[in-house]
Design a protein around this ligand. Structure first.
Ligand SMILES: Nc1nc2c(c(=O)[nH]1)N(C=O)[C@@H](CNc1ccc(C(=O)N[C@@H](CCC(=O)O)C(=O)O)cc1)CN2
Ligand SMILES: Nc1nc2c(ncn2[C@@H]2O[C@H](COP(=O)(O)OP(=O)(O)OP(=O)(O)O)[C@@H](O)[C@H]2O)c(=O)[nH]1
Ligand SMILES: [Mg+2]
Length: 452
């Protein structure tokens, strides 16, 4: 990406489409000058508005009035980017907003790249890289837990974490340097011994800080598959759990042919429910594909619910599914509002290891034990842990380099160990962006939306 901080960039900051108000944002040395080429303050005073003062006026193309609007200038460094920023607040119509952007571009601004405003806030030192990332997390947060992770990061959660470990690592690097420079003063045995101890402590701390389980829960949600033979009520349960009519329900076995997804929240986490085609032997080519998809959904799920129809005796398909069930999940006996032909004891005769529940898709209250069971999978204890996938990746690499350093210490090649420690330090500093190269920045900011 070729970019210069000398450019003044412009973009639509509000969501695409029609809204009550739409905002154009500009940042860079000419932001105020460009604004004054397209904006005419109301009244006699035609001076550049005072910083941080919202003023009323007209957007004009030089001849015609395009819209009535409000504008604000925020002089550097008291702005989002630490550069001069100008914003225009217009009526939020597609035409008006696009026209305003076009006028700003004609007046000297350049269209901003995805994430470029926030990238500038980073390059100008207002935020570190993990804080910059949190902005996008804030925008994309769909649930309470995602939002909480974003707030933590915005407040420098990851940054203070990295600083702590990075300082410890600098200590080790200094120790190692002393070993290399004054081999006679520190005997190899003694020096290497305390280094090794320090490395162990560091690795342990880093590994403890990574919460991959919580990370998956926050960024992907819990995947739950509803499986079972045809007509047991999988789709009915999906609908009941979601509280909406998502999947088609009929009394004809084989109603669901493809997987159907729905999302709900439990403990502030997203839970993705996947309803599947009833699993049974079939020659129908479409159904066969559906059954294959059911099996795939089961393999990919964090937990599966094996649904049985309690109003029917266990049949051979049920028994086979029960015997073959592996991984996380539970047995759910459905249709308990009807006379029952299956008991929990019957299930435990076949699989005494499995949790079993009885519910009726027609009765919301009966679903509470099922909800509680699923909620058991979405409990995250340590809120200080590192959960952002990019940060986890950096820490994993840092740990790998530290382990390499341990090995090279064993073979008494301290200079190689020093290189490993440097590599670990570099991996850690990618989190805050202290040693970020263009490629890393491009990767992070390309995930942003334009205007952010
Ligand atoms: N109109 C508008 N609303 C917005 C934004 C914006 O850019 N424009 N934001 C954009 O995402 C968010 C708010 N985030 C912001 C973060 C920092 C600063 C800022 O000016 N910080 C300076 C000085 C603060 C001060 O006046 O003391 C600084 O931290 O140095 C502004 C907005 C959400 N709402
Ligand atoms: N009485 C009663 N009927 C239910 C219950 N759950 C589902 N049913 C009925 O059982 C029939 C089958 O329900 P579905 O939800 O379509 O079953 P399914 O497991 O998705 O079936 P396939 O998509 O064919 O695999 C429908 O007539 C539902 O109304 C329940 O808890 N009680
Ligand atoms: Mg179905």
């Amino acid at each position: 990406m070729t970019m210069s901080l000398h450019d003044t960039i412009a973009a639509i900051a509000t969501a695409p489409g029609t809204g009550g108000i739409g905002i154009i944002r500009m940042s860079g040395p000419d932001a105020a000058a460009i604004l004054m080429r397209v904006f005419r303050p109301a009244g006699k005073n035609q001076d550049i508005p005072e910083s941080h003062r919202l003023v009323y006026g007209k957007l004009t193309d030089g001849e015609q009035i395009i819209d009535e609007c409000m504008a604000v200038i925020m002089k550097a460094p008291r702005s989002y980017t630490r550069e001069d920023v100008a914003e225009i607040q217009l009526h939020g119509g597609r035409y008006v907003i696009n026209k305003a952007l076009e006028l700003c571009l004609k007046a000297g601004a350049r269209l901003a790249e995805a994430g470029e405003f926030t990238r500038r806030a980073f390059l100008n030192g207002r935020v570190d890289l993990s804080q910059a990332e949190s902005v996008m997390e804030m925008i994309s947060a769909r649930g309470e837990q995602e939002h909480r992770a974003a707030v933590r990061q915005m407040n420098g959660g990851a940054s203070s974490f990295v600083r702590k470990f990075s300082d410890e690592l600098y200590g080790l690097q200094a120790g190692l340097a002393a070993c290399i420079d004054y081999p006679e003063e520190i005997s190899d045995e003694e020096g290497a011994g305390s280094l090794r101890e320090g490395l162990e402590k560091l690795i342990e701390g880093l590994e403890k800080a990574m919460d991959e389980h919580a990370s998956r829960l926050i960024y992907q949600g819990l995947q739950v598959a509803l499986i079972g033979r045809p007509n047991v009520g999988k789709s009915s349960l999906l609908n009941a759990l979601l509280g909406e009519d998502r999947a088609i329900v009929t009394n004809i076995p084989g109603t669901t042919r493809d997987t159907v997804h729905g999302e709900m929240t439990l403990n502030g986490f997203r839970v993705q429910l996947t309803d599947t085609a009833g699993i049974h032997e079939t020659n129908d080519p479409v159904e066969r594909i559906g059954v294959a998809r059911s099996e795939k959904a089961r393999r990919e799920a964090d937990a599966s619910l094996l649904i049985l129809d309690g109003s029917q005796p266990l049949d051979a398909d049920d028994v086979e599914l029960l015997r073959n069930f592996n991984g996380e999940g539970a047995v759910v006996i459905n249709k308990t509002d009807l006379p029952q032909k299956i008991t929990e004891a019957d299930i435990h005769d076949i699989r005494k290891d499995m949790t079993c529940m009885t519910v009726s898709a027609l009765d919301q209250e009966s679903l509470q034990p099922l909800r509680d069971f699923l909620a058991g999978y979405v409990q995250v204890s340590d809120q200080q842990a590192v959960t952002q996938p990019r940060h986890l990746d950096a820490i994993r690499r840092a740990v790998r380099h530290l382990r390499d350093a341990e090995k090279t210490l064993d073979s008494f090649t301290p200079d190689v160990a020093a290189t490993d420690l440097q590599a670990a330090q570099a991996a850690l500093s990618e989190i805050t962006g202290d040693s970020a190269d263009e490629k890393l920045l491009d990767k992070v900011f390309s995930q942003f939306c334009v205007g952010k």
